[in-house]
Design a protein around this ligand. Structure first.
Ligand code: NDP
Ligand code: OXD
Length: 317
């Protein structure tokens, strides 16, 4: 623990990630308590967390705000004893850029038939399948938030037709916007490559199921629809994805997130020839980019300024 009593102290609680770089950067300005130390410590003002143990934060009597280490906050809201203090989530250029890169990479790979060409190369087969132009391929982005908007803009610039689906009606130049329950079927019917950038909430859990996949455009220019999920694993039903792939309802999938992480070595997804797996690595949280704005927000809050990028607890994201 560093001894810096001038400003409010910070509890750092991270599960499944190494805290050292976060600790060192936060400790430049704040006294840091590394969980499991600090339960019931009245001098702790802030918690910086990734999947904190349930009940931990409710024991801090003077906690003023929680800072998420990720853009998604389902890992915080899963705590049934979460204290009623503001939750700040990550909105950062660096993280957005990573996600734009991941989505552009996966969409281009499905569009330019990377899976087919890798299989052909393994067989030393010289064959050029028909290649539709980008503007004939419609990418549908589920979730037009910070990441979805940036991905939509990049895909538009690459020449794709872009559709979006959000909870509330949203407008973005050059993007065909759909929203709510009523907008879902027309959105899916107009989509060849589905990109999932939704948060995990009670309303979105399990949304990527067989019924949804079978509503994607089945006669599009790629010879079948493709799925890219970089949102959260429990948005998808993996057995349904495998079934849809076997039936030809789904042509290919790029999955960065899974119902259970790490993905079980027994999962068929690892070896499926038309599935591309990455280990929840689409847009990693880099403390060098995320800690300075956290520290700046704490200082601003102590000067009486409002916190930014707050989570709407009722909406769940
Ligand atoms: P935002 O909160 O900025 O945007 C969320 C979007 O989802 C909004 O457009 C929102 O609609 C929409 N949405 C939420 N609930 C529903 C619903 N029930 N029906 C339809 N649309 C809905 O989030 P970000 O863009 O910053 O991040 C999105 C998610 O990406 C994160 O929650 C996280 O799970 C995931 N993520 C994954 C990473 C990875 O490495 N794989 C890295 C970072 C994030 P509206 O616009 O109406 O509010
Ligand atoms: C996030 C993540 O939510 O990395 O930022 O998954």
């Amino acid at each position: 623990m560093t001894d810096k009593p001038a400003a409010g102290r910070v509890l750092l609680s991270m599960t499944g990630m190494h805290p050292k770089r976060w600790y060192d950067l936060l400790a430049k300005e704040r006294a840091i308590v590394l969980e499991p130390d600090g339960p019931e410590d009245p001098t702790i003002d802030y918690a910086v967390v990734w999947k904190q143990p349930p009940g931990l934060l409710s024991r801090l009597p003077n906690l003023r705000a929680i800072f998420s280490i990720g853009a998604g906050v389902d890992h915080i809201l899963a705590d049934p004893k979460l204290p009623d203090v503001p939750i700040v989530r990550v909105v950062a250029e660096n993280l957005t850029q990573y996600m734009v890169e991941y989505v552009s990479w996966r969409v281009l790979d499905h569009h330019r038939q990377g899976i087919t060409y890798r299989a052909q190369q393994a067989e030393k087969r010289w064959h050029e399948p028909p290649q539709p132009p980008a503007n004939e391929v419609a990418v549908g982005i589920m979730g037009l938030g910070v990441l979805g908007r940036a991905a939509a803009t990049a895909l538009k610039a690459l020449g794709f037709t872009v559709n979006s689906w959000s909870r509330r009606e949203k407008r973005l130049d050059g993007v065909n916007g759909f929203s709510g329950e009523a907008g879902l079927t027309p959105f899916l019917a107009a989509t060849d490559i589905l990109v999932v950038l939704l948060p995990l909430t009670p309303a979105t859990t399990g949304i990527i199921d067989h019924g949804l996949l079978s509503r994607l455009r089945q006669d599009g220019p790629l010879g079948g629809p493709c799925l890219v999920n970089a949102g959260r694993g429990p948005l998808q039903k993996e057995a349904d994805i495998l079934k849809a792939l076997e039936e030809g309802v789904l042509k290919e999938a790029s999955l960065d997130v899974f119902e259970r992480e790490p993905l079980d070595t027994q999962s068929r997804l690892w070896t499926h020839p038309r599935v591309f797996v990455t280990p929840h690595a689409a847009a990693s949280s880099d403390p060098a980019h995320l800690v300075p704005p956290m520290l700046a927000q704490m200082a601003a809050f102590e000067r009486g300024e409002p916190l930014k990028n707050l989570v709407d607890r009722e909406a769940g994201y």
